[in-house]
Design a protein around this ligand. Structure first.
Ligand SMILES: [Zn+2]
Length: 91
């Protein structure tokens, strides 16, 4: 019998522990690091450089998603302008 339900819980705890103990960017151990740089409340970094890199990546990603949303909205607006969609009460 190799079923051990407690294993899953142990893995979750283990992962959580590591998540908070390593730099989010370069995976360096933060143990013994006196200066831990936090970002968005739950991302720890070993240095300002690592945090800055993550901020830039996040900003680039947000920029991209904004562009995608903008194109999508434009497409929907064009559909709404189609004459067949003008409601009767508008005449
Ligand atoms: Zn780092």
């Amino acid at each position: 019998m190799f079923l051990r339900p407690c294993c899953d819980d142990a893995d979750v705890l283990h992962g959580h522990h590591h998540y908070l103990d390593i730099c989010f960017r370069c995976r360096k151990l933060l143990a013994g690091n006196r200066d831990i740089f936090m970002y968005r409340g739950d991302m720890p970094f070993c240095s300002e450089e690592c945090r800055q890199e993550q901020i830039e990546i996040d900003e680039a990603r947000e920029q991209r998603s904004k562009q995608t949303v903008g194109a999508e909205q434009q497409r929907q607006r064009q559909q709404k302008q189609s004459p067949a969609r003008i409601p009767v009460w508008a005449w």
